[in-house]
Design a protein around this ligand. Structure first.
Ligand code: NAD
Ligand code: IPM
Ligand code: MN
Length: 365
């Protein structure tokens, strides 16, 4: 199969982990006889430096013309510490999500058994946790009207949702629940927020269409608590843009690290595949970033955008095999991990390629 992929590595560790994600795509293409062609495009701080714009028009054009996008991260400490900056790297990411209509962000929380000890949560609470988040991605307080008063002493952001926006993401979540354990938890703040009351109303109205799905509603504050208290009670979680952003960083601790969480941002056209983590200034350039979130994002691309289920499963198996063999990056190592099993970004990438090659050999008939 021929596919054209745009690689938008962005900033910080985005560059480091995306290079590894692409190597894995190359290895898959070679093994299965696919032809993947690539282009690159600028975003974030890198794009501001080169063009003054965090999302150059060319990046949108190239992205729209591609079959899928492998995305890294955006962000730079310069902006994090300068609230007055008008042009910001994050605008690039928000802009491309909006420009491509990527309203559904799927964030699977998959705990590899080998990483039970890497989490700060007790293993007996965690074992078997498997959650799929549906985070709405192009609405909410992220995209509502925002501004400052004339004296600049008052600021506002508007939390806003329309019925169709809730319906289309809820539909995806219900459909997914039907293929999983048939439980859907919708998270909102309907005891306080009008936009959440609309959210809850829409989800309640849709529930009878899916009689096999057990639907529950939780408020965001309680959901944040339950996620850590009893992660296994969740199957599919459906929530808005802001709540989903926060809950999934929290949920990364179920999977062991931010460096383990992949995501798929999808809409009606080209899908964009992105780790949930950011540019991680604290470890940029040190070669220690965990590339598995990027690799697992590549696996989601193979599965969702290209319909290459076997290829996607093979990538996940290769990750599993590398972890079973004892290899770790620093973020997922624990007190028992021997020093020589703690790998850097590239070395972990090489391990996955090695595992992929051996998984491949086993499967060749
Ligand atoms: P972050 O996700 O970059 O980092 C949070 C913590 O997790 C850091 O300690 C970091 O070292 C660690 N971490 C993250 N990814 C890792 C990996 N692959 N391997 C090992 N450790 C990893 O969040 P932050 O520090 O709050 O933000 C840094 C910058 O990134 C900010 O400018 C922010 O706006 C941006 N950001 C971008 C995205 C994105 O592009 N999708 C997401 C979140 C934050
Ligand atoms: C994420 C990030 C982004 C978000 C930022 C960088 C705009 O935190 O992808 O989770 O809030 O969506
Ligand atoms: Mn986030």
């Amino acid at each position: 199969m021929k596919k054209h992929i745009v690689v938008i590595a962005g900033d910080g560790i985005g560059q480091e982990v995306t290079a590894v994600g692409k190597q894995v795509l190359d290895a898959v293409a070679q093994k299965y006889g696919h032809e993947f062609t690539y282009d690159t495009a600028l975003i974030g701080h890198a794009a501001i430096e080169a063009t003054g714009n965090p999302l150059p028009e060319e990046t949108i054009t190239k992205s729209k013309a591609s079959d899928a996008i492998l995305f890294g991260a955006v962000g730079h400490p310069k902006y994090d510490n300068d609230p007055s900056a008008k042009v910001r790297p994050e605008q690039g990411l928000l802009g491309i999500r909006k420009a491509l209509g990527l309203y559904a962000n799927l964030r699977p929380i998959k705990l590899f058994d080998e990483l039970l000890g890497a989490s700060s949560i007790r293993p007996e609470i965690l074992k078997g946790a498997d959650i799929l988040f549906f985070r709405e991605l192009t609405g909410d307080v992220y995209f509502g009207e925002k501004g400052r008063s004339d004296d600049r002493d008052t600021a506002y952001d508007t939390m806003i949702y329309s019925r169709y926006e809730v319906e289309r993401i809820a539909r995806k979540a219900f459909e997914a629940a039907m293929t999983r354990r048939r439980r859907l938890c919708s998270v909102d703040k309907a005891n306080v927020l009008e936009s959440s009351r609309l959210w809850r109303e829409v989800v309640q109205a849709m529930a009878p269409e899916y009689p096999d799905v057990v639907v529950e509603h939780q408020f965001i504050d309680a959901a944040a608590m339950l996620l850590i208290k009893d992660p296994r009670r969740f199957d599919v979680v459906l929530t808005g843009n802001l709540f989903g952003d926060i809950l999934t960083d929290e949920a990364s601790q179920i999977a062991g690290s931010m460096g383990m969480l992949a995501s798929a941002s999808i809409g009606d056209t080209t899908g964009l595949y992105e780790p949930i983590h950011g540019s991680a200034h604290d470890i940029t350039g040190k070669g220690v970033a965990n590339p598995l979130a990027s690799i697992l994002s590549a696996a989601l691309m193979l599965d969702i955008s290209f319909g290459m289920k076997a290829e996607a499963e093979e990538v996940v198996s290769a990750v599993d095999a590398a972890l079973k063999a004892g290899y770790r990056t620093r973020d997922i190592a624990d007190a028992d991990t021997p020093d020589d099993m703690i790998l850097g970004t590239e070395a972990m990438g090489s391990q996955i390629l090695t595992q992929l090659a051996s998984v491949a050999e086993n499967q060749v008939v």
